[in-house]
Design a protein around this ligand. Structure first.
Ligand code: NAD
Ligand code: GLY
Length: 369
């Protein structure tokens, strides 16, 4: 078991990471002295695999739980779903001492976290992430929220969990496409903050994506990513500056998700495409060197560049970017790499440079089968 601490003064919390530790969740929950009534928010896919040990572990510690299932899919990360969860919590009588346990991927975690931030003006919550995306990124750092038809994550709150509890064995049931999508955030973390991680991926990215590494190595990899994210979050919790670097690949990525109605690309796949575009913009701006762009692209190619991006209309993507949360006064902001392991925020990217980045990303993306 490894523990990474997210240092945020009175809102600090541990991220506990181990292989095959789900049945011990109840003990970790009890040790944090959280409420004796919990609502486990999950979806049917995850519930069928992992609800029983989580529930039994809580029960063994005298914690009674109610289960709230939400439908599976990004299209359900909405205010409507949040509204349904509030209803279930009220019906079950959850009060201010109660706790929400988010069991699932980033969709469950973001939605349940938003509900926790707003139900009765905020109750405790715990993340038990079960996808790679959520274990290395979404469950850490307190960004919670839901999508709006006009844009992704447009409604939300910064609200930190009390505990993040990661059983890396849960990844063994995750479809390969989901693992590959989660790898986008792992690559991103290396590119913005940790050249050693990039070198590690260069040595064995296929094995990692096949989860064909030793359990201890998998735990170490997840912990390394959580450490990168928690260091950034501890330095800039509310994204006044440094935290923006975590959005590398997301300016174009979020636009791709939005113009395709969140149904074509997984979040991580869109981020991969976004990194191709932003990396190229870095080179156009003279901030990044082309050889390092090639190193980035080689990693993405080894996972498989998501196909079909040639069909996207650059004008539509740019329109979406202008209304994204990351835009300020209509100026589109990009995170650009300066070197492998270092990135900066840039708000002077011209429309023509964005178009060139998008066209480059489209050229890299294969036609669909
Ligand atoms: P997801 O939550 O939709 O999960 C992907 C799929 O895997 C779902 O079908 C889910 O039911 C299934 N699943 C989950 N765990 C499983 C398991 N162990 N075995 C088998 N199937 C399993 O998607 P995601 O990639 O986890 O998360 C994407 C979401 O996270 C997006 O909405 C994105 O915006 C958000 N996100 C948030 C942050 C943040 O900081 N809050 C960071 C990154 C991403
Ligand atoms: N996923 C970006 C962030 O948490 O800031």
């Amino acid at each position: 078991m490894e523990t990474v601490r997210v240092d945020l003064g009175s809102r600090s919390y541990p991220i506990m990471i181990g292989y095959g530790i789900l049945s011990d969740f109840g003990r970790a929950y009890a040790a944090k002295e959280l409420g004796s009534v919990a609502a486990i928010v999950t979806n049917p896919t995850v519930a069928s695999l992992y609800l029983d040990p989580v529930r039994a572990g809580l029960e063994a510690q005298g914690v009674s739980s109610t289960v709230v299932e939400i439908p599976d899919g990004e299209e359900f990360k909405t205010l409507e779903t949040a509204g349904r969860i509030y209803g279930e919590l009220i019906r079950a009588g959850l009060d201010r001492r109660s706790c929400i346990v988010a069991l699932g991927g980033g969709v469950v975690g973001d939605t349940a976290g938003f509900v926790a931030a707003t139900y009765l003006r905020g109750i405790d919550f715990v993340q038990v992430p079960t996808t790679l995306e959520a274990q290395v990124d979404a469950s850490v750092g307190g960004k919670t929220g839901v999508d709006h038809p006009f844009g992704k994550n447009m409604i939300g709150a910064f609200y930190q969990p009390k505990l993040v509890y990661i059983d890396t064995e849960t990844l063994m049931t995750l479809p390969r496409r989901e693992v590959v999508a989660g790898m986008a955030e792992v690559i991103k973390h290396g590119l913005i903050r940790d050249e050693g991680l990039v070198q590690f991926l260069e040595s064995k990215i296929e094995k990692v994506a096949d989860l064909a590494i030793e359990p201890q190595q998998l735990v170490g990899l997840i912990a390394r990513n959580c450490r990168i994210k928690s260091d950034v979050v501890a330095a800039d919790e509310n994204e006044a500056g440094l935290r923006e670097i975590l959005n590398y690949g997301h300016t174009v990525g979020h636009a791709i998700e939005a113009v395709t109605d969140y149904t074509v690309y997984k979040h991580g796949e869109a981020v991969m495409l976004g990194m191709l575009a932003a990396g190229r913009i870095g080179v156009i701006k003279g901030i990044w060197n082309p050889a390092e762009l090639q190193r980035q692209n080689a990693l993405i190619e080894r996972l498989g560049i998501p196909s079909g991006a040639r069909a996207l209309e650059p004008e539509k993507l740019i329109g979406r970017m202008a209304s994204d949360k990351k835009a300020r006064d209509g100026v589109i902001r990009f995170i650009l790499p300066e070197a492998i392991g270092r990135a900066v925020s840039c708000d002077t990217v011209k429309k023509q440079e964005i178009e060139e980045g998008i066209r480059y990303m489209q050229k890299c993306s294969p036609e669909p089968d």
